[in-house]
Design a protein around this ligand. Structure first.
Ligand code: ADP
Ligand code: MG
Length: 614
């Protein structure tokens, strides 16, 4: 007895639709992509009840004549490709000819379309895949598609829809993706018949990002200066070092204008950020990768969310390089922000609390009237009214002359007898033996002395490693240790790098090793135990096999042990040197584990806290 049956046409369509139309957001995606492919300049997306009761997409693209409008509802009918050669170099967002018939088979569907200059348009009504009405339509040129009661005839699918709020969020996400990829198209989103968002046509991605996410986010972003690297162009905006999110929700990656999800590119971003990203955090990226369409296969995923590159390594390298370059480009701006000299002490209108004669002229003066109160280096009193030196020359604030004001660790803050003339920052004190307090033109700066020192050591060691190798120190007694076979293999593979890192290690029989020297900067009692731990960590966190990167990871892992501890008391010259060294780093903003080295509390924030401003 034969067991195989051909499925009825409508059921077959519904099965196929399942691949393309997962939820209301997929309908929005497909319809908007069609509008973009049709050359639209303005696209309106309207939704009701999370798209479950209605989705409508209206565009001013080139529209269709009646024959095309009917054909567009046939499976595998497309105007976008005609031959296998076309499939190998896709320039459009769509190409399978599946979306419209799929959507129409699982909804109550209405298509009205009219070509520019045509006397009349066409209106087609489809119900669960059956064409019910074809007639003249009188809408404006362009195309309008309305999808009602999605999945009304596929209860299995309908059951899997989430709450209205969640489906709305999914739709908005799709909407933003398309809008980000096409700033030159005006987009509007209408929710329950009310305009929720209007994005005007613009020439720049920057404006589009601002219109969607607000100007504040832009301040946290750096522009990738576009560059071609081996036929791969990378452009866009990415978060500054130390700026990150707990989820991937703001990590956008586009390939040839198509939003995609790519593990390979996520890893590349992570690698580009490297020490500038905290563990478990995700970067903010609006990353656009452009490659020759022949170099990328977009026909991989039913919803076209994934792509396959012909030469993934080349794309990876281009992205890593672009991210690194961009993060470093943020340095001068950062330095300016954090080390700007203080133009005046107190905000206009209020009297200065006290004045101390200037001992050293400031390097940069803004206005003559302010020159007196700035550039006094360490000798200037802290904003708590605690003079650093001499302690008796100024009475502390407060009603009782002898009351001790807030402790700012004065004892460690003896300024040098001869303050440097090129001083560009104002150190106020050290809080809790950990945070160096500084003042700049924007307000208060807090530097984590441990994080700062880690960054400095990290960059110094990396430089040494690149140049002549990290100096190593012989151990009194070499140690022999063994590793599980997989770890042993990893070590054998990386012996040269470990040696460059100052670790004298060699094979000593099956899965055993002998270590006779360690980096000079390390002070460890149990070398073998320490190495086992480091190797274990390196193995799990180093995705890259490049020796340099491995060395960097190694340094990042070990540098912590050597850096100034949180409550190591530092003397003034040491603090000054610390800040100076930090400012000279390539990536001063964060420690090698991606934690910030400095935070800024602006005057505006302080004023808000004190209720001076709302
Ligand atoms: P694909 O986009 O893969 O070609 P679709 O099923 O999404 O398949 O659309 C089928 C065809 O209908 C498209 O190739 C296009 O010619 C036409 N079409 C769809 N939407 C529009 C639109 N908004 N404006 C003009 N033509 C459209
Ligand atoms: Mg399409």
């Amino acid at each position: 007895m034969s067991r195989i049956k051909l499925l009825p046409e409508t059921l077959a369509s519904q099965v196929a639709a399942g691949e393309v139309v997962e939820r209301p957001a997929s309908v929005v995606k497909e319809l908007v992509e069609n509008s973009i492919d049709a050359g639209a300049r303005a696209i309106e997306v309207g939704i009701q009840r999370g798209g479950m009761s209605r989705i409508r997409v209206v565009d001013d693209g080139y529209g269709m004549d009646r024959d095309d409008a009917l054909l567009s509802l046939e499976r595998h009918a497309t105007s976008k490709i005609a031959s296998a050669a076309d499939l190998a170099a896709i320039n459009t967002l769509g190409f399978r000819g599946e979306a419209l018939p799929s959507i129409a088979s699982v909804s109550r569907f209405r298509l009205t379309t009219r070509e520019h200059g045509a006397v009349a348009g066409t209106e087609i009504l489809v119900n669960g895949g059956r064409i019910e009405t074809v007639r003249d339509g009188g809408e404006a040129p362009g195309t309008q598609i309305e999808v009602r009661s999605l999945f009304y005839n596929v209860p299995a699918r309908r059951k899997f829809l989430r709450s209205e709020t969640t489906e709305t969020r999914n739709i908005e996400h799709q909407f933003f993706l398309q809008a980000l990829a096409h700033p030159a198209i005006g987009f509007s989103l209408v929710r329950e018949d009310k305009i929720a968002l209007q994005l005007p046509i613009t020439t720049s991605l920057r404006d589009r990002i601002r219109d969607i996410y607000g100007a504040e986010l832009l301040g946290d972003l750096l522009e990738i200066s576009a560059r071609d690297r081996g036929g791969v162009q990378v452009r866009g905006w990415i978060g500054r070092a130390g700026v990150s999110r707990q989820t991937r929700s703001q990590q956008f990656v586009f390939v040839n204008g198509r939003a995609i999800e790519s593990g390979m590119l996520s890893t590349a971003l992570r690698e580009g950020y490297h020490t500038a990203l905290m563990r478990g955090q995700f970067p903010i990226t609006f990353l656009f990768v452009e490659v020759d369409p022949r170099e990328v296969d977009v026909n991989v995923h039913p919803a076209k969310r994934e792509v396959r590159f012909r030469d993934p390594a080349r794309v990876r390298e281009a992205v890593v390089e672009a991210v690194q370059r961009t993060l470093e480009s943020g340095r001068p701006d950062w330095q300016r922000r954090f080390s700007a000299p203080v133009p005046g002490t107190i905000s206009p209108g209020s009297e200065p609390v006290e004045r101390v004669p200037s001992r050293t002229p400031g390097e940069i003066t803004t206005a003559p009237s302010q020159a007196e109160t700035m550039g006094q280096d360490s000798a200037r009193p802290s904003s708590f009214g605690v003079p650093h030196q001499p302690a008796s020359s100024l009475p502390p604030l407060g009603d009782k002359g002898d009351s001790r004001p807030i402790e700012v660790n004065r004892s460690y803050l003896e300024p040098p007898a001869e303050p440097r003339r090129d001083q560009q920052f104002q150190i106020i004190g050290v809080l809790n033996r950990l945070y160096v307090l500084m003042e700049n033109s924007d307000g208060l700066v807090l530097v984590d002395q441990h994080a700062a020192h880690e960054r400095i050591l990290f960059e110094e060691l990396r430089r040494r490693m690149e140049e002549q190798g990290v100096p190593s120190q012989r151990m009194l007694l070499p140690q022999i240790f063994s590793l599980p076979p997989r770890d042993a293999e990893w070590v054998e593979h990386n012996v040269a790098t470990l040696q460059k890192m100052g670790i004298g290690i060699e094979s000593f029989g099956a899965n055993s090793f002998r270590v006779d020297s360690l980096p000079a900067f390390l002070e460890v009692a149990d070398a073998a135990g320490f190495l086992c731990k480091v190797i274990d960590e390196l193995k799990t966190t180093s995705h890259s096999s490049s020796p340099l990167r491995l060395g960097e990871d190694m340094i990042a892992k070990t540098v912590c042990r050597h850096a100034v501890k949180a409550n190591d008391p530092l003397r003034y010259p040491e603090i000054e040197k610390l800040i100076r060294d930090l400012l000279a780093c390539d990536l001063p903003y964060c420690c090698p584990h991606g934690r910030p080295t400095m935070i800024q509390i602006s005057h505006a924030e302080l004023e808000k806290k004190f209720g001076r401003k709302v």
